[in-house]
Ligand binder design. Structure first.
Ligand SMILES: Nc1ncnc2c1ncn2[C@@H]1O[C@H](COP(=O)(O)OP(=O)(O)O)[C@@H](O)[C@H]1O
Ligand SMILES: [Mg+2]
Length: 183
């Protein structure tokens, strides 16, 4: 089972990459009222209504792609997490246009996942999505931080080596503390 929201996010980013997207946006909003709103959207190949229905059925998978996984896959897992946390899940996809995955749940629900390490997620997403533009957005009680892959790559003169990625991770961690006032 997934332990953290960040692990789910990475799965959803992976799907967007596999769908041939050139742009992926991840947005995690923790509202003043204590709701967590998650949106992952991409401009990849999208799905037909039938494909979207199958994608949400954990038993539709042939199990070949991830033989090491116990049960379920990215999308059904995320949906299950959201619904177990008493929340709402939505999947919108249009063939040739893109896909948007949405979940909203109470952050204080006993079955809500912990956030996990946002800075680790950012670095992993940057590596996964090499060559495509990304906006990774975190909002906490009205304070918002937007990370654009292209801007980060420019500031760090590339994201191609371990040193740049370590810098990126530190930068994102500092942002989290300073701007979001967390940690
Ligand atoms: N963002 C997306 N864009 C297009 N198709 C998607 C997207 N996310 C999921 N899918 C489709 O749904 C299927 C199931 O996704 P997922 O549950 O993550 O399992 P897996 O990626 O292991 O196949 C994918 O194989 C793909 O066909
Ligand atoms: Mg997947």
């Amino acid at each position: 089972m997934h332990a953290t929201l960040c692990e789910h996010l990475l799965d959803l980013v992976q799907n967007a990459v596999e769908a041939g997207a050139s742009f992926v946006q991840v947005e995690v909003v923790e509202t003043e009222a204590g709701d967590v709103e998650v949106t992952v959207s991409d401009n990849g190949r999208g799905m037909t209504p039938e494909e979207a229905r199958r994608a949400l059925d954990p038993f539709a998978s042939d199990g070949r792609k991830h033989p090491a996984r116990r049960v379920g896959l990215g999308l059904p897992f995320f949906r299950q997490m959201v619904e177990q946390a008493g929340g709402e899940f939505d999947l919108r996809s249009e063939l040739g246009v893109g896909t948007s995955v949405f979940g909203r749940y109470r952050g204080d629900h006993p079955d809500a996942p912990p956030m996990g390490e946002w800075s680790d997620f950012v670095v992993q997403a940057l590596v996964l999505g090499e060559g495509l533009e990304m906006a990774l957005i975190r909002e906490w009680r009205g304070r918002r931080v937007v990370i654009r892959r292209s801007e980060l790559a420019e500031a760090l003169q590339g994201l191609g080596d371990a040193e740049a990625l370590a810098l990126a991770r530190r930068y994102v961690g500092e942002q989290e503390r300073e701007i979001l006032g967390k940690g």
